[in-house]
Design a protein around this ligand. Structure first.
Ligand SMILES: [Zn+2]
Ligand SMILES: [Zn+2]
Length: 109
């Protein structure tokens, strides 16, 4: 089996800081399929070079070249980035984000 190491690809499971879901990393998607948040750990996708570690929250949806992207914004530094929607992402959350009605506070007591 030939495998080309073209970019850093880590398969890591993590527990979502926002909603507590255990996320099984597949090496490509690093956001939580339940609440669509992730952590600000990458400068370039997959490199884990950022030192911010703030929560990247979904703030909007965008369609680019026929593919759906979640636009995430870091709560600490304000950095925004597009994150491709994964097949197992929660459609209800996606719908709420797209309509501007998503609130992370629904997970907080
Ligand atoms: Zn989550
Ligand atoms: Zn940040």
């Amino acid at each position: 089996m030939l495998e080309k190491a073209q970019f850093t690809r880590k398969k890591e499971d993590f527990i979502c800081d926002v909603c507590g879901t255990t996320v099984h990393g597949d090496g490509y998607t690093n956001h939580c399929p339940n609440c669509l948040a992730s952590k600000h750990v990458d400068v370039n996708p997959g490199d884990r070079a950022a030192t911010c570690h703030g929560v990247m929250e979904p703030i909007a949806m965008e369609i680019r070249h026929g593919k759906e992207y979640i636009i995430q914004q870091c709560e600490k530094c304000g950095h925004t980035r597009p994150n491709k929607v994964a097949p197992n992402d929660n459609r209800e959350t996606l719908r709420l984000v797209a309509s501007g009605m998503w609130m992370r506070s629904r997970f907080q007591r």
